[in-house]
Design a protein around this ligand. Structure first.
Ligand code: S3P
Length: 451
């Protein structure tokens, strides 16, 4: 089991890129696989989670070539999958398992979806309920409606479904199912959540409608549609950039430019929060060609102050709460995070994990049922903390370690590879910016010849 050792870091002055967006990488593979032809996906995130999606679709008979780690050539089969010869391993990925439920619920065969220990304890009733209403049959073999899931697909009927919680994964599962249902399906979300599925479907020429409904949005989609094959280039993941954005924001004189990241409004809440906390943030949208705004963000550090994160802002920063809690600990005054009960059912109970780790680093924290109160501004103490097998907890506390008085060790950090391969190396570059990176010898035989 690997660990990361982190010590106080110098000021950040850098220009970086981050790996491809996780949510878009999953969706690009799934939509391409059910499209009517060959699609090239560039900028794909080669993380464990997304690689599970590639393997899953291969198990359903889709040919996927991967000439480079970040490039996929996917041969769409018009939504006709083959019965898999084995259980589909979704690894640690809730996004894959839930979206796949929607997709395989339309197939005339039985599929079995399994996941690791963390995924096998996450709630799946939230997708089972609407898909069952549409006519699929799904058995949850785990405790309390959790995986393994056995899904027998069918010709689905359309439904109108009001999501009981703001969840892009549940919305997307229904939209994938709706593509092959027999009429108009409508999903109503209480608050807007990330809309990558809707945008990507529209880019693949799927017809749908959006309508504002109170604080939320109703999305309607007509069945019997085959997505038109398209090439897609995935922008960098703002949720991965978030770690460095906070590291720069919390340090006066830091100046960080992140190039080529996704700047979809349903994901940029982190920028508004950091602006409110006192960082200087400049966001430039350079391009929206594939229906997804992308561009660059420059952030300059300052003296941060506490803030409140609540209500409809929470779904927008749902994956950034661990690192925003660290920002709260580094800011002066009180930071309150509430309406965030969903964090209790992520890769781990993130509210409990954050509270335990911040306390170990000497921060005063009150754990609420649906959030946290953080009293920031006192110096962080170095500590040995756990990741709880959760990639975002591991990375958030690596950033906290950059501000601690002495060494911080984050235990069990293999999980970082589920979303951000290359994070430890990037961290190392920030911790010791003047150290020259070791010369990379790709082929030792070639290097010997040159000598
Ligand atoms: C995701 C949606 C969010 C987020 C997850 C990725 C997606 O989950 O936390 O990391 O790609 O749709 P919920 O929709 O369950 O909140």
């Amino acid at each position: 089991m690997s660990e990361l050792s982190v010590f106080r870091a110098p000021t950040i002055e850098a220009e970086i890129r981050v790996p491809g967006d996780k949510s878009m990488s999953h969706r690009a593979v799934l939509l391409s696989a059910i499209s009517n032809g060959v699609c090239v996906v560039r900028g794909f995130l080669p993380s464990h989670d997304c690689q599970c999606t590639v393997n899953a679709m291969r198990n359903f008979g889709i040919t996927i070539e991967q000439p480079e780690e970040t490039t996929l050539i996917i041969h769409g089969q018009r939504g006709n999958l083959h019965p898999p010869s084995q259980a589909i391993d979704c690894g640690n990925s809730g996004t894959l398992m839930r979206l796949l439920c929607g997709l395989v619920a339309t197939q005339p065969f039985e599929s079995r979806l399994v996941g690791d220990g963390s995924l096998s304890s996450r709630p799946m009733r939230r997708v089972i309920e609407p898909l069952t209403q549409m006519g699929a049959s799904i058995d949850a073999l785990g405790a309390n409606g959790a995986a393994p899931l056995v899904i027998r697909g069918a010709r689905l009927r359309p439904i109108r479904y009001e999501l009981p919680m703001a969840s892009a994964q549940v919305k997307s599962a229904i939209l994938f199912a709706a593509l092959r249902a027999s009429g108009k399906t409508t999903v109503v979300e209480p608050f807007p959540t990330r809309d990558h599925t809707e945008r990507m479907m529209s880019y693949f020429l799927v017809q749908s409608q959006r309508e504002k409904l109170g604080q939320g949005i109703a999305i309607s989609l007509y069945g019997d549609q085959v997505p038109e094959s398209r090439d897609f280039t995935v922008p960098g993941d703002i949720s991965s950039a978030a770690f460095w954005l906070v590291a720069a924001a919390a340090q006066e004189d830091s100046d960080l430019l992140v190039r080529d990241i996704g700047l979809n409004k349903t994901r940029t809440g982190i920028l508004s929060v950091l602006l409110r906390m006192g960082a200087r943030v400049r966001e430039v949208i350079a391009d929206c060609d594939q229906r997804e705004p992308r561009g660059e963000v420059r952030i300059q550090g300052g003296r941060l102050r506490g803030t409140i994160i609540a209500g409809d802002e929470v779904p927008n920063v749902v994956d950034e709460i661990p690192i925003l809690a660290v920002a709260g600990a580094l800011a002066h005054g009180k930071t309150v995070i509430c309406d965030a009960k969903e964090l209790r059912v992520k890769e781990t109970d993130r509210l409990a994990a954050i509270a335990t780790n911040l306390t170990a680093m000497g921060v005063e924290v009150v754990e609420l049922d649906d959030g946290l109160e953080i009293y920031g501004g006192s110096p962080l103490l170095g500590a040995r903390v756990k990741s709880y097998g959760d990639h975002r907890v591991a990375m958030a506390f690596a950033i906290a370690g950059m501000f601690a008085r002495d060494q911080t060790v984050i235990q069990d950090t293999d999980c970082i590879a589920t979303s951000y391969p290359g994070f430890p190396e990037q961290l190392q570059r920030f911790l010791a910016p003047d150290e020259k990176p070791p010369t990379l010898v790709i082929n030792p035989a070639e290097a010997l010849e040159k000598n």
